[in-house]
Design a protein around this ligand. Structure first.
Ligand code: PEP
Length: 252
């Protein structure tokens, strides 16, 4: 069990916000983070691409990190509508989410695609937050651990280590639904991911494994206290400064 790692609280804004909203939300979080000083928690904001510049301006020197929500596997080229990891790095990002279940479902991204994107992120000195998670049907069939560790093996690039990957376990059925697995179920999957990482990543015991899926200020403390949970990937609750800050405080 690895709980001594510095927790990472990451906000996935998905396709929400305007420039004014982004400046306001990120500015308010930056004020809180600056006032709190080094409270032992890492915070990351992943806004939609057009809002990255506004968020970068608003977070200033607060210590909050910036990330993208996806990147293409290629560095450049004829890929209309896509953005590369190099572009994200140039825009001030240090992380990028890859393999979110909404990308896997909406854009038919399989493990091989996710792995190529994660490798591209690493090549641009970004840390990929590699998302994995079972569907409700897979959980009900008793296949959650098998599915999640299979996605892990297929999605993590060679040469991965604690310094160049973050894993996010996000049960698909818990995302945006208000449903959360039992703490025992979260522990079972996180323990299995930790064990599987030993074969595929260096410093496996230091790789941060986030939980994602309906994390709120009300349930954050108990989830973040589960063994091998090293932070949270937060969707809906990352769109309100008080809620996201409340989750970060629960991690401190
Ligand atoms: C997500 O989209 O990564 C997520 C966890 O969403 P929510 O917190 O809203 O369930």
């Amino acid at each position: 069990m690895t709980q001594s790692l510095r927790q990472l609280i990451a906000g996935n804004w998905k396709m929400h916000g305007t420039t004014a909203f982004a400046s306001d939300l990120a500015g308010s979080l930056a004020d809180k983070a600056s006032a709190a000083g080094n409270n032992g928690v890492d915070m990351l904001l992943c806004p939609p691409s057009p809002l990255i510049a506004a968020v970068r301006g608003a977070i200033g020197e607060s210590g909050i990190a910036l990330g993208g929500q996806d990147c293409h596997a290629a560095e450049q080229g004829a890929h209309t509508g896509d953005i590369s990891a190099t572009m994200l790095a140039d825009a001030g990002c240090s992380y990028v989410i890859v393999g979110h279940s909404e990308r896997r479902a909406d854009h038919a991204e399989d493990d091989a695609v996710v792995k190529a994107k994660a490798a591209a992120a690493q090549a641009s000195n970004l840390v990929p937050v590699i998302c994995i998670g079972e569907t409700l049907a897979e959980r009900e069939a008793g296949r959650a651990v098998e599915v999640v560790t299979g996605q892990l093996r297929g999605s993590v690039p060679e040469g991965a280590s604690a310094s160049n990957i973050v894993i996010a376990y996000e049960p698909v059925w818990a995302i945006g639904t208000g449903r959360v697995p039992t703490l025992a179920d979260i522990a079972e999957v996180h323990d299995a991911v930790r064990a599987a990482l030993a074969d595929i990543a260096g410093d496996a015991e230091k790789v941060r494994i986030l939980y994602g899926g309906s994390v709120k200020p009300e349930n954050a403390a108990e989830i973040l206290a589960v063994g091998n949970v090293n932070g949270a990937l937060v969707g809906g609750a990352s769109l309100k400064a008080d809620d996201f800050w409340g989750i970060a405080e629960a991690a401190a």
